[in-house]
Ligand binder design. Structure first.
Ligand SMILES: *Cc1c(COP(=O)(O)O)cnc(C)c1O
Length: 247
């Protein structure tokens, strides 16, 4: 904060290098680790200047994108940051705000209802684009969280095959908050098993808009465990930007 731009960018570069090194170590340790893990910087509540500095630092360091969880904040940052930034949307999305996210975000991590899927289909068809999504799964069945129950996911995926402008690229989960990241391991392992099982079923029937490659799981506190368990996308906020200040 308050650093000159070049120093701010270098500070982010240092953090991102450390994280990439940790990811590489976790890939070596984990028997289930994916060969390629995308790193997203969660820039929610972070001002545009710092988000831009992080994006810039990330260019040489394999940063895959910036992620936001509020529609209005996504719109504001999209308008102020360079157009080449790859944005991801990771928050609960209301159907009346689909229009503001489609076309801006490369991937929606939080498809959590059939109503939302229908609205994505309608809007994406009108724009003649494909809405790329992950299905959010509430693996731990927490009352406070969005996401489908594990038992609902397969039927949901089959329904989505009737929506030609929606493409499901994988599954996403948020593990329950815990001091000890090991507590998240069974949650991540469960999501991986679900993805593998659904992928096998999909291969047999060749649904063209289901391509279940991605596993978006792992945040600042638990990303190393998530990578060991097969994450292909990790979503990191506070480990990059420091503690969030909510206004
Ligand atoms: C805020 C948020 C993150 C990042 O959280 P940190 O603990 O700061 O890394 C990741 N995923 C989702 C869905 C979030 O809302």
């Amino acid at each position: 904060m308050g650093l000159p731009a070049a120093e701010q960018t270098e500070a982010f570069a240092e953090i991102l290098r450390e994280i990439q090194a940790e990811i590489a170590l976790a890939q070596e340790r984990g028997v289930y680790a994916a060969p390629r893990v995308q790193l997203l910087a969660v820039s929610k509540t972070v001002d545009c200047g710092r988000a831009a500095a992080c994006w810039q630092a990330g260019q040489a360091l394999g940063l895959a994108g910036l992620a936001e969880n509020k529609v209005q904040e996504l719109a504001q940052k999209c308008a102020q940051l360079p157009p080449e930034v790859c944005w991801h949307f990771i928050g609960h999305l209301q159907t009346n705000k689909v229009k503001q996210v489609l076309g801006r975000a490369a991937l929606l991590h939080s498809l959590d209802s059939w109503r939302l899927a229908l609205e994505l289909e309608r809007r994406a068809a009108a724009l003649d684009i494909t809405a790329k999504c992950l299905v959010e799964v509430n693996v731990a069945a927490e009352a406070s969280k969005f996401g489908l129950a594990p038992a609902e996911v397969w039927d949901f995926l089959r329904e989505v095959t009737t929506l030609p402008h929606v493409r499901i690229c994988g599954l996403m989960t948020v593990a329950p908050a815990a001091e000890n990241p090991e507590e998240a391991r069974p949650i991540f392992a469960e999501l991986r098993r679900m993805r593998d099982m659904m992928r096998q079923r999909v291969e047999k029937v060749a649904y063209s808009n289901l391509d279940l490659q991605e596993l978006s799981m792992g945040m600042s506190n638990d990303y190393k465990v998530a990578v060991e368990e097969g994450a292909t996308i990790v979503r990191l906020g506070s480990v990059i930007f420091g503690d969030r200040i909510y206004r």
